[in-house]
Design a protein around this ligand. Structure first.
Ligand code: XIL
Length: 385
């Protein structure tokens, strides 16, 4: 496939990857190796430690280009449905389930020899569950009814795919972003704060072999991590099985994170829990201005890389990816998986979140060509940590 032979910096991709295996051996040896062995990809370079994955949009056969589908098949060990399993997408009305997109992804993964990640059983953010769960005819549903609906949802979704899911994000974003304690949402207002224990135990009983994950964001930051460590420890103390903590890892290229990632992995390992980077991308347009309400209008006007990101920007981004993978590989037995949140820049959520702009956060550009970030990750994997 022509597009896949294109490398960064003019080198055919196959050649620059194979040069890791063959060192500085001459061109003849490289060509012979290229004939003898299949091209190295992220998944072969990583050797399943960690697993390497990508998120896949709901209607992937329409939303992904032919080249992106090829990349998905070749480069990744796991696939995560980006939205298709979320409660509001899966079950917009009581009793009405839209399983078809997930079923199609299961088939694709089987054909590619990939594992599927379940994302996510319960997402503690308004908008990530359907409104009907809070209604009881003309009145508001009480805690018993809402919990019964959670149980039915979990039993239906996990039960359908039992034995075919590598790991489940059991609970997403339970902790309050700006403080200790849990995030107040429509869900926690009704259910309170003790249901995570019941949820993890329910999940463990339905699919005893699937890894169970608590997933949240910015855990590389010490404050956020402190709250989540305390939360996960309390679940473990209550006899829950939590195998993995997922750090979403929606990073920015102006923040060095290598040391923090290293500290994060070690801290969860000390708890007896492995780490996954579940939604990795590296934004090249700083989001700082956006989070301050006074400067938000300035942020929303920012769209600097409509015609592509300049080389120096892509180089800095590649450096962040390298830091992340160096930290991962230095602790590789403690890291279950690294999943990129999308395949190419063309369909990355960073084009829309937290405001609309042309973004460049992933390893492959809009033409499905590998970027300097791809080379950085491949080199880190080849070096092995
Ligand atoms: C995002 C998707 O990428 C978008 O397409 C969707 O519009 C909103 O959700 N944390 C999560 C993911 O756990 O499910 C979110 O995915 C990104 C933040």
């Amino acid at each position: 496939m022509a597009i896949r032979a294109q490398g960064v910096a003019g080198l055919p991709r196959r050649r620059f990857l194979q040069s890791f295996a063959t060192g500085t051996a001459g061109a003849v040896a490289v060509q012979a190796a290229a004939r003898a062995t299949p091209p190295a990809t992220l998944r072969t370079l990583a050797g399943s430690r960690p697993l390497i994955g990508a998120a896949v949009p709901t209607n992937f056969s329409k939303q992904l280009s032919h080249e992106a589908v090829q990349i998905l098949a070749e480069e990744f060990d796991t696939v995560t449905p980006e939205n298709a399993m979320k409660w509001q997408s899966l079950c917009p009305e009581e009793g009405v389930y839209r399983f078809q997109p997930v079923d199609s992804l299961m088939t694709l993964a089987r054909d590619n020899g990939q594992r599927v990640i379940g994302h996510t059983l319960l997402f503690n953010r308004d908008g990530n569950y359907p409104d009907w769960i809070f209604r009881d005819r003309e009145t508001e549903a009480d805690a018993r009814l809402v919990w019964r609906r959670v149980e039915t949802h979990v039993e239906t979704l996990m039960g359908r795919y039992e034995g075919r899911i590598d790991s489940w994000d059991v609970l997403n974003e339970f902790i309050e972003p700006h403080g200790p304690g849990y995030r107040v949402t429509a869900l926690t207002r009704v259910l309170g704060q003790t249901f995570p224990e019941r949820l993890f135990k329910l999940a463990a009983s339905i699919d005893p072999k699937a890894k169970l994950v608590y997933n949240d964001f910015a855990l590389e930051q010490p404050n956020r991590r402190k709250a989540v460590v305390a939360f996960v420890r309390s679940l473990l103390d209550r006899g829950c099985r939590v195998d993995v903590v997922g750090n979403q890892s929606h990073l920015e290229s102006d923040v060095d994170v290598g040391e923090q990632m290293d500290a994060m992995i070690k801290e969860f390992a000390a708890l007896g829990v492995r780490v996954a980077l579940t939604e990795l991308d590296v934004d090249v347009i700083s989001r700082k201005l956006y989070w301050n309400p006074e400067t938000r209008p300035q942020a929303i006007a920012l769209n600097p890389y409509v015609d592509g990101a300049p080389d120096d920007v892509l180089k800095v981004q590649a450096g962040i990816y390298r830091q992340v993978f160096d930290a991962v590989l230095a602790n590789r037995n403690q890291v279950d998986r690294v999943t990129f949140w999308g395949v190419t820049d063309a369909q990355s959520w960073l084009n829309h979140w937290p405001w609309e702009r042309v973004n460049h956060g992933l390893l492959f550009d809009r033409d499905s060509k590998p970027k300097p970030a791809y080379r950085a990750v491949a080199e880190a994997l080849a070096a092995g940590g």
